[in-house]
Structures are given as structure tokens and as C-alpha cells.
Design a protein around this ligand. Structure first.
Ligand code: ADP
Ligand code: MG
Length: 444
């Protein structure tokens, strides 16, 4: 055999000194193994005893991967990325040294991938060699840039009354079927961002193509979608969110303004609940173990604006059933986010789409980034609109006499214009400056 062949073999697929452990117990969600000593958070790969893929370097498959989640004196526990069916006691376990990495690069634009970076859109392999780690610490507090620029969404009611800034983190709170996916689609279509990363976590499989065709109009320009559906393992659903964030960070490091959008935080938290409970964590409020509340900031705090880099402006949807704002996930999210947009079922009954409840929503950075005249118009809009709400019943039954309250008269006169301002068709795009002008004209 020529020397070059031997060299090639040595350089390529063979790992000459792998050390292996063995599976000793399998339960529906957890695999117990011993023989090697990984640390918590390490990624391990399983292989069957017939040694088919032993030590062979190849693309990692979710079916064979797991994450070490607890370590005991002479054994350790692993959460599998896929399901445990087919695994046997005695199967081999090896540590994947590189940890969890995801392919990144320009080649991802326009693609739909799973949390480990495998394309699921049938358009072939990703043409990139760059990789980024899934898990990273958030932007250091002192490196965070101040939010001082408007992030234009192209949606009148948000740009006008709940203006968002580059690097802001916003929650979209809504019940099911109220219009989250539609609003997300409108934002993706209308936003002025160079890159858009969308994480669809825990949705039904059917909803994914529906979202792409119906809400995005099949237009994936500069868009990357990471999908973990409800039938994926809890670990896939959890890391789907981190994976999308890692991709957004890659583009942020290049100085781009990135839109990050995730549907939904609730399903992400539920995945962590499954993982935590299987490891024996105590359930607290609504069955959520404490680790659920700690992973929310670990994810959300990675968004933001960084000095000498670009920004990630993040929208997270949060399901609230029956407008229950005491839900632990909704509560914790609100404390981390710097803005919340409430969608209300009641508005859909009046045909107001997008059904944004402006009075219950807030953008905490807004007044630092808009002009004084704009601020004044917003305050007036809110004041008049809440007056209308307060006196709704009186007005409906005709008990209000015109002339008794000049402010309410003004509100009544402007009501049709204000309602018109809140409405926007799915495919309509509004320029930020046009929106601002319109608002100021209505309120003058
Ligand atoms: N801007 C809008 N214009 C018209 N109809 C809308 C709009 N937003 C939502 N809808 C209606 O509401 C329905 C549910 O919206 P969807 O976004 O799928 O809800 P969710 O994602 O919260 O379950 C849609 O099928 C659509 O008919
Ligand atoms: Mg939806």
C-alpha cells in the first residue's frame, strides 16, 4: 500500500483512541450509562454493539445523540435527542468532543432546518463549513449597546403606538387562534432587517408548511427557519430555540440587524418541564420545575444590541390561556422582556386585525427613541382611546349627552379614524414615517 493511502486513512475517518462507556439502564426519557466520566452538558453519541458506526467521523444524527444531564459517583444520566426505542443495554456511549455545534453561514438563507442544522426542506445539503456553538453566554452587561434606534416593522399600530428599538426583546402574548402566526408573518414581510431568523418550536407539523405558504407568502428571502415540532423529543424542542439564536448571533457578529422570532416560549418551557421532571426535579407552580424559569433568561438575554457588532431584535410569542396573566411562564417572561404586545380575542370579534390591545401593551424603550411630537401623539391616542373604553356602555345605550365632556366628544369624533389606524391588512406594508405622520394628523 502506498504511503499516501495510509496517510489519507490516518487523516480522515478514523478516530484511533476513542474511549467508550456502556448503557446500563433505559427509561422512556432517560438513559443511564457508565464507563466514562463526562461532565454535565457534554454531548454523547450512542452506537449499537455491532460497532457499525464506531469511531467513524460523520455528520451527527439526532437519533444517536444525547446530552448528559446528571452525573453520579459511578454512572451518569443522558437525555436523548431522539427517542430511546431501539437502544439496548450494553450499547456504546462516547463523548462528542466538539459539543453541540450548528452550521452557519450565508448558505443558510432561505432554508428550513432542524435544531441540529439538518435541512428539512428537501433542497439538499447546506453548502457551508462554518460552525457555531449552540450554547453561549449572553452579551456581557457592559458590552450591551444602548437601544437608541427605531426598528421599523411596517405595522402601523406597533410602529406608531408601541415603537420597537433595535435590540429590544418583546413578548407577544395571546391565546390560541387569536392571530399570532398572522402577526408574525406581517412582521417578517414588513420589517426592515437584513436577516430574519424564525424558530418554530413545538408547533404541530402541519402548521410549519402552512406558516411558510400562508403567512410568509412562500418568500424566504434572507429568512432562516429552525423547526422542532411537537413530535420531536423535548431536547430537540429545547435546543431548537438555542440553535436559532446561535444563527442569529452569527449574523449579528457580522454587524447585521437581525430579526429573531420565536413561536412559542410556552412550548419551549414545556419541553424543559418534561426534561426537568424526568430528572427528578420538584414541580412547582403549574408543574414547572425551577430549571424552567432559569432557562428563559438564558435564551432571551442572548438577544440585544452589542457594541461593535449588530443587533438582535427578538419577538417571543407566549400563550396565555383565558387571558391568565398569572401563568408562571408569562409572568417570568414579562420580567425579562422590555416590551409586551397583547393580542385580544375581543378585538377579533369587532374585526380589528391585527388584534393588538394597545392599552394593555407597552414598549419600555419607546420614549427614548421617538420624537417629542410623536410621544405627544401617542399619549393623546392612549388617553382618548381609554376614555372611549371607560364610557363604552354609556355611549352604546345612548346615555351620554354630547357636550358634557369636551375630551370625550373629541374621542368620539376621532373614533373611526383611530380604529382605522389600528387595522391593517395582511399584505399591507406601512412606512414608518408615513405611519408617524398619519398618527400625528389624526391626533392634531
Ligand atoms: N391581520 C389579519 N387580517 C385578517 N385576518 C386575520 C388577521 N390576523 C389573523 N386573522 C385571522 O385569524 C385566524 C387565526 O390566526 P392565526 O395567526 O393562525 O392564529 P394563531 O397563530 O394565534 O393560532 C386566521 O386564520 C385569520 O383568518
Ligand atoms: Mg399559529
Amino acid at each position: 500500500m502506498p504511503l499516501s493511502h495510509i496517510r489519507q486513512k490516518l487523516n480522515s475517518n478514523l478516530n484511533l483512541s476513542p474511549s467508550f462507556g456502556n448503557i446500563i439502564k433505559i427509561t422512556p426519557n432517560i438513559i443511564m450509562a457508565n464507563g466514562i466520566s463526562p461532565s454535565v452538558g457534554d454531548i454523547v453519541e450512542f452506537s449499537s454493539r455491532d460497532c457499525k458506526n464506531l469511531g467513524v467521523k460523520r455528520e451527527l444524527q439526532s437519533a444517536d445523540l444525547g446530552m448528559v444531564s446528571a452525573v453520579e459517583k459511578d454512572c451518569f444520566l443522558v437525555n436523548p435527542f431522539s427517542f430511546v426505542e431501539g437502544r439496548k443495554s450494553g450499547d456504546f456511549v462516547r463523548i462528542v468532543k466538539a459539543g453541540l455545534q450548528i452550521p452557519v453561514g450565508e448558505a443558510l438563507k432561505g432554508r428550513i432546518i432542524n435544531p441540529l442544522g439538518t435541512p428539512i426542506d428537501g433542497k439538499g445539503a447546506l453548502n457551508t463549513t462554518q460552525k457555531a456553538p449552540l450554547l453561549r453566554s449572553p452579551i456581557a452587561a457592559m458590552k450591551r449597546g444602548v437601544i437608541d434606534e427605531v426598528f421599523e416593522l411596517g405595522i402601523k399600530s406597533i410602529d406608531g403606538l408601541l415603537t420597537c428599538g433595535k435590540g429590544q426583546k418583546i413578548g407577544i402574548f395571546a391565546g390560541s387562534g387569536v392571530g399570532k402566526s398572522s402577526l408574525m408573518g406581517m412582521i417578517v414581510n414588513g420589517v426592515k432587517a437584513q436577516i430574519k431568523v424564525i424558530a418554530l418550536i413545538g408547533e404541530r407539523g402541519r402548521e410549519v408548511p402552512e406558516f411558510v405558504y400562508k403567512n410568509l407568502n412562500n418568500d424566504l428571502t434572507n429568512t432562516i427557519i429552525v423547526v422542532a415540532t411537537s413530535d420531536d423529543s423535548p431536547l430537540m424542542r429545547k435546543y431548537g430555540a438555542f440553535s436559532a439564536m446561535a444563527i442569529a448571533e452569527f449574523f449579528k457578529q457580522q454587524g447585521k440587524d437581525v430579526l429573531f422570532m420565536m413561536d412559542s416560549i410556552t412550548r419551549f418551557a414545556m419541553a424543559q418541564r418534561e426534561i426537568g421532571l424526568a430528572l427528578g426535579e420538584p414541580p412547582t407552580s403549574k408543574g414547572y420545575p425551577p430549571s424552567t424559569l432559569t432557562i428563559l433568561p438564558q435564551l432571551m438575554e442572548r438577544a440585544g444590541k452589542e457594541e461593535d457588532a449588530g443587533s438582535i431584535t427578538a419577538f417571543f410569542t407566549i400563550l396565555v390561556e383565558g387571558d391568565d396573566l398569572n401563568d408562571p411562564i408569562a409572568d417570568q417572561s414579562r420580567s425579562i422582556l422590555d416590551g409586551h404586545i397583547m393580542l385580544s380575542r375581543e378585538l377579533t370579534d369587532f374585526g380589528i386585525y391585527p388584534p393588538i390591545n394597545v392599552l394593555n401593551s407597552a414598549s419600555r424603550v419607546m420614549h427614548d427613541i421617538i420624537t417629542p411630537a410623536h410621544t405627544q401623539a401617542v399619549r393623546k391616542f392612549r388617553r382618548l382611546y381609554s376614555l372611549l373604553k371607560e364610557n363604552e356602555v354609556l355611549i352604546r345605550i345612548g346615555a351620554y349627552q354630547k357636550g358634557s365632556d369636551p375630551e370625550l366628544d373629541e374621542a368620539l369624533e376621532k373614533k373611526p379614524l383611530m380604529e382605522e389606524f389600528l387595522k391593517q391588512d395582511l399584505l399591507e406594508k406601512w412606512d414608518f414615517y408615513k405611519t408617524r405622520e398619519q398618527l400625528q394628523v389624526i391626533m392634531s
